[in-house]
Design a protein around this ligand. Structure first.
Ligand SMILES: C[S@@+](CC[C@H](N)C(=O)[O-])C[C@H]1O[C@@H](n2cnc3c(N)ncnc32)[C@H](O)[C@@H]1O
Length: 372
């Protein structure tokens, strides 16, 4: 398969690390925890995957194999996987099945900081664990070896930037911008084509790796529908402001205009209809549930209000933890402090835009089950 570009989250546990700057993804994952529990309770194929307490060999125990794709360095992956295992155990108990053993595979790009992940694995975990390096746009596991796949806030990363964006003759030429937010239609279409190609690979490989009846839960940033412009959702606003910060740096002579013109973020926010048609095209999964959710709802419920308002540098720190790698590779490590400093000031200046942006329905939750 073609090479996949890899820009892992910031490792370690320093002040700009993903470990310390992933509360947005944590809250996004909490917002759908209840939905994951009910999907498992209602649709997980316990009859075929678990063993009854009355199994003839008393020592026989089923093993359930789970994978978290794009797990990063934690701690969100540990919470998400534990939630899945707890729910499967509850289901086993309620149906008088034996408690299974669990094996959890943590997957991310080879460049991910697996050391931090491994050293922070919960010491009291009751599961076997393993790291699986590699791109989820390629093959990761043997045929029919997994019962449950989870992936949260990872599938928005494309395997690469669409190459047409760099062609000045093409209608997808994206000079002066770093994303398709506020760009001509041709640019967005190029991104959509790349997402569609990537999703075809992703679904094809997962269909081979999941057992029949196996479940796949995907959580991804999205736009609620085609009528909502990307510039109205928080992610789009962030990418516009990041682009504007880079243009300011080019005007100040800190970086060159050519560097800005040749950089594009390989990130895409799908719509539910688009995702539905890609799953249907693949044909190997039934869509058991598909719902739009609000990634900030759990935080609002717990703390009486969303914190992602742009009033402080939370947004800049979160974005830096996720994107420092890709920006430093293109613009140079020495430009990163200035970039995120400028960006942080812009998020404060435009905090009203964040406050009035559309948050409800900007997170897609999908439950797929592998068909026969
Ligand atoms: C925003 S983090 C999400 C991490 C975690 N799931 C969470 O919710 O906190 C996205 C992760 O996806 C990983 N990722 C992106 N593209 C990938 C690919 N093609 N294969 C494997 N991992 C990928 C990144 O390296 C990164 O660690």
């Amino acid at each position: 398969m073609a090479a996949v570009e890899s820009y892992p989250m910031k490792g370690g546990d320093g002040s700009f690390s993903y470990t310390k700057n992933s509360t947005f993804q944590k809250s996004a994952s909490s917002a759908v925890q209840g939905l994951i529990c009910s999907a498992i309770t209602e649709k997980f194929d316990a009859m075929n995957f678990l063993l009854p307490i009355t199994a003839t060999t008393p020592s026989a125990t089923a093993t359930i194999r789970l994978a978290d794709l794009g797990c990063s360095v934690g701690p969100n992956t540990f919470t998400a996987m534990q939630n899945v295992m707890d729910t499967i155990e509850t289901k086993a108990k309620s149906l008088s099945f034996k408690n299974p053993q669990f094996q959890v595979f943590f997957n991310d790009h080879a460049g991910n900081d697996f050391n931090t992940l491994f050293t922070s694995l919960p010491f009291d975990r009751a599961y076997f664990s393993a790291g699986v390096p590699g791109s989820f746009y390629g093959r990761l596991f043997p045929d029919s070896s997994l019962h449950f796949i989870h992936s949260s806030y990872s599938l928005q990363w494309l395997s690469k930037e669409p190459k047409e964006l760099l062609n000045k003759e093409s209608e997808a030429w994206n000079g002066g911008r770093i994303h398709y937010t506020s760009a001509p239609r041709g640019v967005e279409d190029a991104y959509a084509r790349q997402f569609s190609e990537d999703m075809e690979l992703f679904l094809g490989e997962r269909a081979r790796e999941l057992v029949v009846g196996g479940m796949m839960v995907l959580i991804m940033p999205c736009i609620p529908d085609e009528t909502v412009a990307h510039s109205q959702v928080p992610a789009g606003i962030m990418f516009d402001l990041l682009g504007a910060s880079l243009v300011d740096m080019a005007e100040a002579g800190v970086i060159s205009q050519e560097q800005v013109d040749s950089f594009n973020l390989p990130i895409y926010g799908v719509s539910p209809m688009e995702m539905q048609s890609l799953v249907k095209k693949n044909g190997r999964f039934s869509i058991e549930r598909m719902e739009l959710t609000d990634p900030t709802s759990a935080r609002k419920n717990n703390e009486g209000g969303s914190k992602t308002t742009g009033d402080d540098n939370t947004i800049a720190n979160h974005l830096r933890a996720g994107m420092e790698g890709i920006f430093s590779k293109h613009f140079g490590v020495e430009k990163i402090d200035e970039l995120f400093d400028r960006f942080s000031k812009k998020t404060i200046e435009f905090s009203d835009k964040f406050k009035s942006s559309i948050k409800q329905g900007t997170q897609l939750f999908i439950v797929l089950v592998k068909k026969n």
